[in-house]
Design a protein around this ligand. Structure first.
Ligand SMILES: CC(C)(COP(=O)(O)OP(=O)(O)OC[C@H]1O[C@@H](n2cnc3c(N)ncnc32)[C@H](O)[C@@H]1OP(=O)(O)O)[C@@H](O)C(=O)NCCC(=O)NCCS
Length: 337
């Protein structure tokens, strides 16, 4: 089997990998649309966190098509002992050992990059989950998926919740922006991102440490390189100027009826003032006029993240389809499957 490194300038190969993503997504996760080609092109190389990575694919006999690919995320700022692998085989070519061969190849590439642990994620009870079990990966955290169906929830509910939350949040001012992070907020947003290090995660992962430069260079890559529209709502603490709370939503023009919830964080010293609810209810009121065509907003939370889930359920989010199962295994074991 020929496994070739994807050169992003090779638009035909990139499109072929995107086709595999689309057919796999329709089979493995019909609950959400696949990533559009522009989003896939940015994500497949650098993931959502703009970490360096490699993509390898298996060309098909049919010219211009691919059978399978994998992306290997190689974090360079923290978690440098780890690699994150996602192998995808087109449904018509499954159960022939291609997944295992890609995993062995990915393990060799991870070892060549000095990594000891290979982590991954798959849909709960999906083919990927069965595959992970069969190669001996250790299951970790489960992230439940929830969706807010805006066709079922009247916008007046968000206005009411915003008022209730605002009453508990004296001394904070709400600010908002579209697109990339404005220069004056880069450092404040970094501090808000760092608050997410308190969210539940599997053992062995180091904190992601953001600063203004990292936010500027890495956080908004999807917004800079695609037509994806970004919305941010933050609560500033009047007394200190700190960004106490932040929530972000993205809308892909290729799937305008979907909203994708990004980070939501309230920094530790400002928790307990309903800032999570305040920022999110404000966001939903804004989107009702800025993006009235959105039908559903999707989000994922670790099953143990009670506070975030409580906020989401207050807003009307409900469990939606299967969640995500994270897993990991030693690189040496993956090389020998
Ligand atoms: C997971 C995936 C890459 C597997 O690709 P594949 O080429 O079918 O994998 P293999 O043929 O090498 O399967 C290896 C073993 O995994 C297990 N397995 C794979 N798919 C399975 C399924 N649908 N049901 C039960 N076991 C399965 C079997 O034990 C299989 O060995 P066998 O066929 O001899 O019984 C493919 O299903 C896929 O692209 N899924 C969507 C993306 C994803 O979830 N990736 C994995 C993240 S961990």
């Amino acid at each position: 089997m020929r496994i070739v490194q994807l050169d992003l300038a090779d638009t035909q190969a990139l499109r072929a990998c995107h086709e595999v993503h689309k057919t796999a997504s329709a089979t493995d996760d019909p609950y959400q649309p696949p990533m559009s080609l522009p989003v896939f092109s940015v994500w497949v190389m650098n993931g959502w966190e703009s970490n360096p990575g490699e993509v390898w694919y298996v060309p098909a006999e049919e010219a211009g098509e691919a059978v399978a690919w994998y992306r290997l995320g190689l974090p360079d700022l923290e978690n440098r002992d780890r690699a994150f692998v996602l192998p995808v085989v087109r449904p018509s070519s499954r159960r022939r050992g291609i997944g295992r061969e890609l995993l062995r190849h990915a393990a060799d590439r991870a070892a060549a990059n000095g990594r000891a642990v290979l982590a991954s994620v798959s849909g709960q009870d999906s083919a990927g989950d069965a595959f992970a079990g069969s190669v001996g990966a250790k299951p970790g955290l489960v992230e439940a998926r929830r969706a807010l169906d805006l066709r079922k929830v009247p916008a007046s509910r968000f206005a009411r919740l915003r008022e209730t939350a605002a009453a508990a949040a004296a001394g904070y001012t709400i600010v908002s922006w579209t697109g990339t992070t404005p220069g004056e907020y880069l450092g404040l947003v970094a501090a808000a991102f760092n608050a997410l290090n308190d969210a539940p995660r599997d053992e062995g992962w180091e904190d992601d440490l953001w600063d203004a430069g990292r936010v500027r260079d890495r956080a908004d890559r999807i917004l800079r390189r695609t037509g994806v529209r970004g919305y941010s709502v933050a609560a500033l603490h009047d007394a200190t100027g700190e960004m106490a709370g932040l929530t972000q939503v993205r809308v892909d023009p290729d799937h305008p009826d979907w909203g994708y919830q990004g980070r939501t964080a309230v920094t530790r010293s400002h928790r307990g003032h309903r800032l999570g609810l305040l920022t999110k209810a404000t966001m939903l009121g804004w989107l009702a006029t800025a993006e009235p065509q959105i039908e559903r907003i999707v989000t994922g939370n670790a099953e143990s993240n009670e506070h975030m889930i409580a906020v989401n359920e207050t807003l009307g989010y409900e469990v939606y389809g299967p969640g995500s199962q994270f897993c990991e295994m030693p690189v040496a074991a993956a090389a020998a499957v």
